[in-house]
Design a binder for this molecule. Structure first.
Ligand SMILES: [Zn+2]
Length: 331
């Protein structure tokens, strides 16, 4: 007689059917307690000071202790949906400091791994995608980047149409939800300034230079240079391109893109920057990143920190780029 025991590889998860489909019980339970906790804390604050309670956005440190695997095939046992819920990715999508990291993370996952993700991970990604679209609609910033991301999602859904994890109805649900997001972005109306309202070109050169030096994308600088004659001459300044070259690349990389008999002084910095980006790619730069603590394997946002069980040890963490984060959960 065959012996039917528990699967030794994993204890399995309990699932619950909700209006939006199946959800892991432990994640749902965690979300409910998290909401309860926030409500109780904000009520206490309200009693204490009604004005201060309005400013409370986050009462906890979003973090998760990663359980690593020793196999190369699967780097960690923690699921993507559980990790992203505990790291408050939806909240991060609404945060100006973490938005670009979340957008890039969505981009790399959707382009490379979406069809092989589990159904709950796919739903989690779409939930975060909806939050990013909402933020773009509210702020009217990053519209072009968001449209590119939605087009990438459309391509990924078409590519994985016949070969994907999860049911066909779930895939159709993604398609419907994507269509709604695309329509919402298309209908977004951005007000053009009237002639009377002050524009960027009305600022003095010094102020305009300050803004220009904060831009990191070559395309943004070139586009800004096309808006008026003054910005055009400011964007051609060598100092601007020199700062970008020095900030993003080192001397060894600069030497590698010089042609015969050329020196750094003999080449225009704008030309050098173009060559460097072409050869080494655009270096990612984020205000806030996900960090992995080397002592306790906690994954956390650099701005929030984490409750380390080893407070006496010297802090040692590794920053994870969006690609590294994807590889951790989607190997
Ligand atoms: Zn730690």
């Amino acid at each position: 007689m065959p012996f039917l025991g528990r699967d030794w590889r994993s204890g399995g998860d309990e699932w619950l059917k909700t209006e939006k489909g199946w959800e892991k019980v432990k994640i749902r339970r965690w979300k409910i307690f998290e909401n309860l906790n926030e409500n109780v804390v904000s009520r206490c604050y309200k009693r204490y000071d009604p004005e201060e309670s309005k400013q409370i956005a986050c009462t906890t440190q979003p973090h998760i202790f990663i359980v690593k695997n020793s196999t190369k095939e699967q780097k960690c046992q923690t699921s993507l949906s559980e990790a992203f819920s505990k790291l408050d990715m939806s909240g991060a999508a609404r945060d100006i400091k973490r938005f670009s990291y979340v957008r890039k993370l969505l981009e790399v996952i959707i382009r490379n791994k979406f069809s092989s993700l589990s159904g709950s991970a796919q739903r989690c990604i779409f939930q975060i995608l909806q939050e990013t679209v909402q933020r773009v609609i509210q702020t009217k910033n990053d519209v072009k980047l968001m449209k590119t991301l939605l087009n990438d999602t459309h391509k990924a859904l078409n590519k994985g149409k016949y070969l994907h994890v999860g049911s066909r109805s779930l895939w159709n649900m993604h398609l419907n939800s994507l269509q709604q997001m695309m329509i919402a972005l298309e209908e977004l109306h951005i007000d053009t300034p009237t002639d009377e309202s002050p524009s960027l070109c009305d600022l003095p050169d010094d102020c305009m230079r300050e803004i220009l030096y904060k831009l990191s994308d070559r395309e943004d600088i070139i586009n800004l240079g096309q808006t008026c004659d003054r910005t055009s001459s400011l964007t051609k300044e060598d100092g601007l391109w020199r700062d970008l070259c020095v900030y993003y690349f080192d001397e060894v990389q600069m030497a590698k893109v010089l042609k015969n008999n050329e020196t750094i002084e003999s080449v225009r910095w704008s030309c050098l920057y173009e060559r460097l980006v072409k050869r080494f790619g655009f270096k990612e730069d984020y205000t806030e990143l996900l960090n992995l603590c080397k002592h306790c394997n906690a994954l956390y946002w650099s701005c929030h920190g984490h409750p380390c069980p080893y407070p006496d040890l010297e802090k040692e963490s590794a920053s994870l780029s969006p690609v590294m984060c994807m590889e951790l959960f989607c190997s």
